[in-house]
Design a protein around this ligand. Sequence first.
Ligand code: SF4
Length: 338
Amino acid sequence: MAREQSNALLEVKDLVKHFPIRQGIIFSRQVGAVQAVDGVSFTVNKGETLGLVGESGCGKTTTGRLILRLLEPTSGEIYFDGKNIPELPKDEMRELRKDLQIIFQDPYGSLNPRMTVGDIIGEPLHIHKIARGKDKEKRVRELLDVVGLNAFHARRFPHEFSGGQRQRIGIARALAVNPKLIVCDEPVSALDVSIQAQVINLLQDLQKEYGLTYLFIAHDLSVVKHISDRVAVMYLGKIVELTDKDELYRNPKHPYTQALLSAIPVPDPTVKKERILLHGDVPSPINPPSGCRFHTRCPKVMDICKVKEPEFVDTTGDGHFVACHLVPGVKEQQKQAQ
Ligand code: SF4
């Protein structure tokens, strides 16, 4: 089903992904579900970078894979350029795959070791019938140049490159089909800190040059700070805070975001920063806590948090969304003022 287009290139509404847990070999029956993503909504505007941040297992990678339809959602809608991705027939989805690309976390495992770099980058050009023969070779050379590698690298194999260079090959492969949206799934987590900055700068340069839109997934708020326009923080399958990047780092409102930010080291020995320590591990997504899912670890927990799930509401009127009983939405603030 198509819908009216806005400035949003991607609109995710009430997205849910539960992985069933089955028991029994012959009469297999469902005995539970891993609630990996549970009612996630956000938009990504054309040309912007939305950072999606959270600890391992919070559902951020699953969200990225649902958007690319590498997984089918349990429910919810994912509008890309006005089209609901989960409803698209296979032939239309194949066509759309050109516009949606991914850069994987692992620059070692995501490149076929038996293929030359030229074949890896040229493969999507061949699959989508964009270029063949000499044209393909020329385009591969151009792409290598765009990501800061040399034309002769096309004849080499992935094991001949460093981690940072392999990630550049992954970026060139994603760029080959001129995509509109790239899901960057922790693209720098496996790299040395010095190389991380180079890859992030490259992604920013490419965004400016080609008008790309990024969903940038990371487990660390310090990584997304540089590249994001807005940031969404996820905890146990839900987004708990979403706002403009500067606003989030200046004025975090959710206790989980506050704890994550307090863990970022400040490179100034004169600045004293109080670290908020979260106790315990992230609970299992098979049986998440009642009410607010963060209540088992929240330093500000109240009785209501254990029984009532907080709504995800705009707390400022200009798009600072928070899900916490301590932070009233604009409507509630107006009611309280009357
Ligand atoms: Fe903490 Fe309660 Fe807010 Fe959840 S709703 S973050 S438990 S104060």
